[in-house]
Design a protein around this ligand. Structure first.
Ligand SMILES: Cc1cc2nc3c(=O)[nH]c(=O)nc-3n(C[C@H](O)[C@H](O)[C@H](O)COP(=O)(O)OP(=O)(O)OC[C@H]3O[C@@H](n4cnc5c(N)ncnc54)[C@H](O)[C@@H]3O)c2cc1C
Length: 476
């Protein structure tokens, strides 16, 4: 059996590696000149700057298994315990986020009237909608103010989305399940608290701390280990242009992404010596080759998957192109020496506060190895579903915006030693109301095309863990 994986983001890499371990003949095509997709680490003057995910929660057995198979356990780095301290910006200041319902009573994050409304959660009715926005679900349980401050901040940290558009069923299914079983989320947590704690303890005994984790040289370590395990099965600078069905399986048209001015070593023409590849065309700017495979795993962003499948199944392509995205920028701000840097995980800014940023991570506080000793690194998030236009700001304007907000929120007036912005288009997929119904239609369409599979963050989970878990569960 021969399999082509399109896209070497974490989803494509982990899928290909999982298949290779099962003895499948797999080949990965990546348009860029480096693997990892959005995931990666830039080393700059002793700082480690993540291009996307800052880390992952070590709580999935499949992730630990992958880490062990790749021999990376010694290279894991857990977040400092100060990462427990998280903040929300509201009413003109940062407030600590309480870690439990009893802690909320003592906290000043929301006024007394909001706390009383949140306590009334015990009497919340069940919802009956098949799909519902996160905002509507949360208002039923904790009221309008807690939704616009606390729930909005939580989703911003994961989706950079809009509470009124995100589907609670697709983004927080565990909350919907808790409501289904117990009506009230508080009641559910009280009833299931003991078994949740026991499950966490059982995971911890297996090395699954549940703590935010990365590697000694950042997330790049995982990308590099997967890429080197795939070896020549991973082809960089190789863009897939088109997919088509044949009587026996699939035909993948690939082209070198380099023009004649920058020919890479081992062009597609030379690689055509590989018996599986058939030389098709040479238009002067790109060499195209065609590959016949039994299965194809499309692990690109959904808009690209849509283009590749447009001639195979226009309706499926339309479903894929209608998955919304939110552009986002990660802006790294480094200081060699900043007096009294803040400690903790960082803060999130609810959209109701109408500030210029989504939040900031105190990276050097919870991952000290990612900055030189005594230095401070912040990663500030900008853009998201509500302010995509900010991601289009030029470097100078983005830097000015971020520094103004760090001064207003954290009181940081000192000029930084560097600012580096990383912008992502299309950005983070948004699982809006209707996402699960769309996924059901996509699944039904895939059934009509044996051998065609979709992988990656547009579908069933945006986190690195979700992508790795789905790769391990892949069945062809
Ligand atoms: C700023 C930011 C912060 C994040 N923070 C976290 C976090 O802290 N924790 C967490 O778990 N997750 C986080 N995420 C989410 C997570 O990093 C991503 O969801 C995940 O890495 C996406 O992986 P993917 O493989 O699905 O897609 P991608 O990384 O987008 O990979 C797709 C690949 O397909 C390639 N490609 C596209 N077209 C073609 C073509 N025609 N032919 C060949 N190749 C093609 C692309 O070049 C790319 O390499 C964050 C994301 C962002 C953007």
């Amino acid at each position: 059996m021969k399999v082509a994986v399109i896209g070497a983001g974490i989803a494509g890499l982990a899928s290909a590696f999982s298949l290779k371990r099962r003895g499948v003949d797999v080949e990965v095509f990546e348009a860029a000149d480096r693997p990892g997709g959005v995931l990666g680490t830039i080393e700059r003057d002793g700082f480690l700057l993540e291009t996307a995910a800052v880390g992952f929660l070590l709580r999935e057995p499949t992730m630990l298994e992958l880490i062990d198979v790749l021999g990376l356990r010694e290279r894991l780095r857990s977040a400092d315990p100060t990462a427990k301290h998280r903040f929300v910006y509201t009413r003109g200041a940062l407030h600590a986020v309480p870690s439990s319902p009893p802690a909320l009573l003592k906290s000043d994050v929301v006024p007394l009237s909001t706390k009383l409304r949140m306590a009334a959660e015990l009497f919340s009715p069940r919802g009956h909608a098949e799909d519902e926005s996160l905002g509507s679900f949360a208002r039923r349980h904790v009221g309008a103010h807690a939704t616009s401050i606390l729930v909005d901040a939580v989703q911003t940290g994961i989706y950079a989305g809009d509470v009124e558009r995100l589907s609670v069923h697709a983004t927080f299914p565990q909350m919907v399940e808790l409501e289904r079983r117990h009506r009230s989320l508080l009641l559910g947590m009280m009833r299931e608290g003991r078994s949740m704690k026991a499950a966490a303890a059982a995971r911890a005994a297996k090395g699954l701390s549940g703590v935010l984790t990365t590697f000694d040289r950042g997330m790049q370590v995982l990308v590099d280990a997967l890429a080197s395990a795939l070896g020549p099965r991973l082809r960089l600078r190789t863009r897939v242009r088109r997919l088509s069905r044949t009587a026996e399986g699939w035909r993948v048209l690939v082209a070198d992404a380099w023009g004649p001015t920058a020919p890479p070593s081992g062009t597609a023409g030379e690689r055509a010596n590989d018996s599986a590849l058939r030389f098709v065309a040479d238009d002067g700017s790109a060499r195209a080759t065609e590959l016949k495979v039994d299965h194809v795993i499309v692990a690109t962003p959904a808009p690209v998957a849509s283009e590749l499948l447009a001639s195979v199944d226009p309706l499926l392509a339309q479903e894929l192109s209608s998955i919304p995205y939110a552009p986002i920028a990660a802006v790294h701000v480094g200081f060699r020496s900043l007096p009294n840097p803040p400690t903790g995980f960082g803060f999130l800014v609810p959209s109701a506060e109408q500030r210029g940023i989504l939040g900031a991570l105190y990276v050097s506080s919870f991952f000290p190895h990612r900055a030189p000793p005594g230095a401070t690194l912040f990663t500030v998030m900008v853009g998201g579903a509500k302010h995509p236009e900010r991601v289009a700001l030029d470097d100078a304007a983005l830097e000015a915006l971020v520094l103004k907000e760090l001064e207003a929120i954290l009181g940081v007036r000192q000029p930084p030693d560097f600012v580096q912005a990383i912008r992502w288009h299309p950005g983070l997929p948004q699982y809006e109301v209707g996402h699960l119904a769309r996924m059901a239609r996509i699944d039904a369409a895939l059934k009509q095309h044996p051998g065609l599979h979709l992988a990656g963050n547009p579908y069933r989970g945006v986190s690195v863990l979700d992508c790795v878990k789905a790769a391990a569960a892949l069945s062809l």
